[in-house]
Design a protein around this ligand. Structure first.
Ligand code: SAM
Length: 244
């Protein structure tokens, strides 16, 4: 398959079957692979996203595409014993790895995981003060996903999205390309023993993904107000925030 065909493929969300296979394949080693690929910085990115969504003690939060619950755990530490965090993901293997972490940190009273689709959340309207989604947008039809985040938030609630984009600086983007096409997939595939090719797909998808402004427009089109966005780590990632 030519590069153009591969790039064209990555513009669309993959089939559910493929995404489920990716994450079932890597679930047990997902956290360690993330730490190695990002040299540990993914925790800092997630902490920034949580600071931006600014959960208050007692808040009800939802972390969509929660995976192994990193962001859910950070939210739970902010909302305290009076608050609650619901994690939603459609992959049971990722949720099982997350549950292990929740139990380890003694947060099972504060975090509930639900299996469900980010484009059709199994949650009531107007329920949450805060909603987050981290490094999952490229698997989703973003319009439906943002509409669902908006629907489940209470009026006045806030949503934050963290994801990978193409770095704006052309010199840095070249270096990042070299890393993400050569080293990153090898490290991750070795560590996770993945056979689905998920880590080969990621760099192509970063290259052809939305421009940040077009992504912000999707958020506005879903109804969010005060939408803002900014790069972190030289634009490897961006944080988006909006209010209902
Ligand atoms: C790259 S992981 C990110 C996990 C976590 N948010 C993090 O920051 O580490 C993407 C997650 O999105 C989930 N996912 C992808 N498409 C989904 C969908 N339509 N509905 C629910 N979960 C989905 C996958 O199962 C996977 O756990």
């Amino acid at each position: 398959m030519s590069l153009e065909e591969r790039l064209d493929q990555t513009k669309r969300p993959e089939s559910e079957e493929k995404v489920q296979a990716f994450f079932s394949s890597v679930a047990k080693r997902y956290d360690i692979a993330n730490s190695l690929m990002s040299f540990g910085t993914h925790y800092g990115w997630k902490r920034k996203a949580v600071a931006e969504v600014d959960p208050q003690p007692g808040d009800q939060c939802v972390d969509v595409c929660t995976g192994t619950n990193d962001v859910a755990v950070m939210l739970a530490n902010k909302v305290g014993p009076e608050g609650h965090v619901t994690g939603v993901d459609w992959n049971q293997d990722m949720l099982d790895a997350g549950q292990f972490k929740i139990d380890k940190f003694g947060l099972s009273d504060r975090i509930t995981n639900k299996r469900g689709d980010a484009e059709d959340l199994p949650l009531e309207d107007n329920t949450f003060n805060r909603a987050t989604v981290a490094v999952a947008s490229r698997h989703l039809n973003i319009d439906k996903h943002f509409q669902e985040m908006y629907r489940v938030l209470k009026p006045g609630g806030r949503a934050v999205c963290l994801d990978f984009f193409k770095p704006p600086n052309p010199v840095f983007a070249k270096l990042y390309d070299v890393y993400s096409y050569s080293m990153m997939p090898r490290i991750a595939t070795l560590v996770t023993r993945d056979r689905t090719g998920v880590y080969d797909y990621l760099p192509d998808s970063i290259r052809v993904y939305y421009e940040p402004e077009a992504f912000a427009k999707e958020m506005r089109d879903a109804g969010f107000k005060n939408v803002k966005y900014y790069p972190i780590s030289w634009g490897i990632c961006y944080i988006f925030a909006g209010d209902k």
